[in-house]
Write a new protein. Structure first.
Length: 101
């Protein structure tokens, strides 16, 4: 049984970084999802796809996977560069774009 350990990224629907500090352990899918012919619902026989465990640190998640004997894949988060901006830059003389209202 294989698991993936990662830190979730910020969603496009929020401007803050809430929920991105914890590490998540989730099981890799083992069975293919099937479509129910009458209603078109998607189903799977693998119930571990629904399990998501959250940990405060990466080390806690890795230790849990090792104790349970799970093969894990660690996905390192991509850090976004923070470019400081100032409101006064909108009015600079050497501004690249034109100022329009």
């Amino acid at each position: 049984m294989a698991v993936r350990i990662y830190r979730p990224s910020k969603t496009a629907m929020q401007s803050g970084f809430a929920g991105t500090s914890k590490w998540v352990l989730e099981y890799e899918p083992t069975a293919r999802a099937t479509t129910e012919p009458l209603m078109g619902w998607t189903s799977s026989v693998d119930t571990k796809e629904q399990v998501r465990l959250r940990f405060d640190t990466e080390a806690e998640a890795v230790n849990f996977a090792r104790k349970q004997g799970l093969a894990y894949r660690l996905v390192e988060p991509k850090e976004r560069p923070v470019r400081p901006k100032a409101y006064a830059d909108n009015f600079r003389y050497d501004r690249v774009g034109r100022w329009t209202h």
